[in-house]
Ligand binder design. Structure first.
Ligand code: 2NL
Length: 355
């Protein structure tokens, strides 16, 4: 009986250690490991069960059982701790792998910016005149009545004022008793340039203007204008024609023909409008040129002698030509744009077409 008992406890402890180590190695996660620990070393576990039997053994054998049980317990505890550490390291590595950013991935592309089609045509128009010796100047959008009208032969109460429906600035809120307005054209800046400098004058004046008008496919109450002015001794209508024909060919193609007809502007004499032959139908007549073969693109004329005299120039010694155009109209013609409101509609499908 005692011989069987001896064999039993040693064999049982060896089996416990061997099977325990295998179970610890096979565990997949922390919860499984805890379960195995309780089965092996817990208060109702296998080791406790074996040790309970030791009480029945002769006193002389007990120390040997205790010693063997301790080595088994120590081996299992060491294996549990090693497995716990390995599982934790594995879990941490998996979490890091899940969170890792692949810095070699290409970034999301950022859409490239481009110049607005109106900005593009403004720059194109100005550079044509700059190459012919004009200087670009810009002026205030809020103007005195004097520069916008009086200095340009458009006195208060004169019927010519009806050509420009005007946004007036409330004099009380502006703290002035001189009439003030949003400029209806950029001409006031040319007056300022002539007041400040002696001839020769050659300036090109782009800028925003305002008119109190109903909005439709070809009119907005805010719009851009480009005006030009050349004043010197001996300037003639031939200079006007040559300069503006060159402009038309640079913008609309080298084969363009131009046509001048009489028109009226209070600040010029004579006044004209200039047309180009229709580039869509080569003059045969189509929808673009409304069947006429010609497209009107700007107004111009010889600066009125009274305008020259008012800025202190002597009309007997110097003469000048001036012109004005709407760059939106130029861009619409050039690109076949049918509605002026597209320019400020902020539709990327429209804007994308002008890279
Ligand atoms: C048009 C016509 C024009 C001018 C503008 C001008 C300026 C001064 C003196 C004389 Cl300071 N003239 N500018 C002359 C003729 C026509 O513009 O249809 N613009 C869109």
């Amino acid at each position: 009986m005692s011989g069987e008992g001896r064999g039993d406890w040693r064999g049982e402890l060896e089996a416990l250690e061997r099977e325990g180590l295998a179970a610890i190695a096979a565990v997949a996660d922390a919860a499984g490991l805890e379960q195995v620990r309780v089965q092996l070393l817990g208060r109702k576990g296998r080791l406790t069960g074996i040790l309970r039997g030791v009480a029945a053994l002769p006193a002389a054998e007990r120390p040997a059982v205790g010693a063997r049980a301790n080595t088994a317990k120590a081996a299992l505890e060491a294996a549990l701790e090693a497995r716990r550490a390995a599982l934790e390291a594995g879990a941490r590595a998996a979490a890091v792998a899940r969170e890792r950013v692949d810095v070699t991935l290409p970034g999301r592309p950022v859409g490239g910016g481009r110049l607005h089609p109106l900005t593009q045509i403004l720059e194109e128009i100005c550079s044509v005149f700059v190459e012919m010796g004009f200087r670009v100047v810009e002026g205030p959008e809020v103007e005195w009545d004097y520069y916008n009208f009086e200095a340009l032969n458009i006195p208060e109460g004169h019927p010519a004022r009806d050509m420009w429906d005007t946004f007036w600035v409330d004099p009380a809120s502006a703290g002035t008793d001189r009439p003030m307005l949003l400029r209806t054209h950029t001409s006031p800046m040319q007056i300022r340039v002539m007041e400040a400098t002696r001839p020769p004058v050659r300036v090109i004046v782009p800028g925003k203007c305002y008119r109190y008008e109903a909005v439709d496919a070809s009119h907005e109450s805010q719009f851009h204008q480009v005006e030009g002015l050349a004043v010197d001794a001996g300037i003639t209508f031939a200079h006007l024609k040559g300069t503006l024909q060159q402009f038309a060919r640079r913008i609309f193609g080298g084969e363009r023909r131009v046509r001048f007809r009489c028109d009226y502007f209070p600040f010029v004499e004579p006044g004209v409008d200039m047309s180009i032959d229709c580039f869509a139908c080569q003059g045969a007549g189509c929808r673009l040129c409304k069947g006429t073969g010609w497209i009107e693109i700007l107004g111009a004329g010889m600066v009125h002698p009274d305008v020259l005299a008012r800025v202190g120039y002597d009309p007997a010694r110097v003469t000048g030509f001036a012109f004005g155009m709407g760059p939106a109209r130029i861009a619409m013609l050039k690109h076949g744009i049918e509605d002026i409101r597209l320019f400020h509609g902020n539709d990327p499908r429209f804007l994308r077409q002008f890279p």
